[in-house]
Design a protein. Structure first.
Length: 369
């Protein structure tokens, strides 16, 4: 006996279309695991019927298969209560799903003036896909009208780089409170390149000029002390994670020949972060700020002058002369929550002091690039 795999979805559509009173009381709706063209049509019809909807979680395929008029209705800028929060979920489709999706034309709704994100307050992108993934061009198109975003989360997605993220930051610079750009893989083990800007712009300075920014976790092509130094008071609080490939001004430096200059810049960066943490703790309205810097295959915690890393090779090369005073690290190479699925006795990560790390750099046992 045939059973419609999308019976629940279809019943939901009929419910909100046949009973407007029910639809008007729906504030939050989420669709997951539905990624074909037919379900996209049903999802869009369902969402459009919910005229007081505030939060929507949708498959990214709806951004490809929905028309401009569909999206104008979903965003609801003419409603008394327009959409406030929008999440896109992406996954890799099966071969059959991919082939079916390719048969449906990309409607390119973001090209239309009808699609306006001016009332959106939260945008989240999660997950990777190989089928028409959300990319920098999409975020630049969204940024044209998304001038009031308070939260932007871009996680586990490698097709959006820092260029797309910063397009949103510029457009919502005055309102942004939370920014997360963590383009790691969904299992957390692979961190793609964060990308680079086509324009010559200093990101560290730009981020400090977001007056309402409080929560920051970001992957940058390069970082320097200016990220934590500003003439105006920053509102940053809680855990602040910064992942960087290089230090500003040293993108093309030789890690051996220019080791001393790179180390000097790193010292300045860590000092600036530490000073900011202390300033936040001693302000009129004290807040805790714990900065974590992911750089040179290490995790730096400037507020406690600690460095976490795998120094086994350096210990062998130095015949045990370095590092001194190492202790067990609760962090791992994939993030701040420890080495995934490993016991402490199996991990190579150890914790040393910041001073000991720089002693290793000066001796040539620790790298800074």
């Amino acid at each position: 006996m045939y059973r419609d795999p999308y019976a629940t979805l279809n019943r939901t559509r009929h419910l909100v279309e046949d009973f407007p009173g029910v639809a008007s009381n729906i504030r939050h709706i989420r669709f997951d695991g539905l990624y074909i063209a037919d379900t996209d049509d049903t999802i869009m019809a369902t969402v459009k019927s919910c005229n007081n909807l505030a939060f929507a979680t949708l498959p990214w395929t709806t951004l490809r298969h929905g028309t401009a008029s569909d999206w104008a209705a979903v965003l609801g800028n003419r409603r008394a209560q327009p959409l406030r929060s929008l999440e896109f979920l992406s996954i890799n489709l099966s071969q059959k799903q991919h082939e079916a999706a390719c048969e449906v034309p990309d409607q390119r709704p973001l090209d239309s003036y009808l699609v306006n994100f001016q009332n959106l307050r939260r945008l989240k992108l999660f997950g990777d896909t190989t089928f028409l993934p959300i990319n920098d061009a999409d975020l630049k198109a969204i940024a044209r009208t998304a001038t009031g975003l308070e939260e932007l989360q871009v996680t586990c997605i490698s097709t959006v780089t820092i260029e797309g993220v910063m397009a949103i930051v510029r457009s919502s610079q005055k309102t942004l409170r939370m920014l997360e750009h963590a383009p790691r893989s969904m299992d957390g083990f692979w961190h793609p390149h964060p990308g680079s800007l086509t324009e010559n712009e200093h990101l560290c300075s730009l981020l400090t000029h977001c007056p309402k920014l409080e929560d920051l976790s970001i992957s940058l092509p390069s970082v320097c002390s200016e990220l934590f130094t500003t003439n105006t008071r920053l509102r940053w609080r809680g855990d602040c994670q910064v992942r960087a490939l290089h230090l500003c001004g040293h993108e093309h430096s030789n890690p051996i020949r220019d080791r001393a200059r790179i180390a000097h810049s790193l010292r300045d960066l860590l000092t600036a972060a530490r000073n900011l943490s202390q300033a936040q703790a001693s302000s009129m309205f004290p807040v805790e700020l714990n900065v974590e810097l992911f750089f040179a295959d290490c995790i730096f915690e400037p507020h406690i002058s600690a460095v976490h890393g795998d120094f086994q090779f350096a210990e062998e090369v130095s015949n045990g002369a370095w590092p001194w005073g190492k202790t067990v690290s609760r962090k791992g190479p994939y993030g701040s929550t420890g080495v995934y699925e490993k016991n402490d006795k199996d991990t190579a990560f150890v914790r040393i002091s910041e001073a000991e790390f720089f002693r290793g750099v000066e001796s040539g046992w620790a790298g800074v690039a």
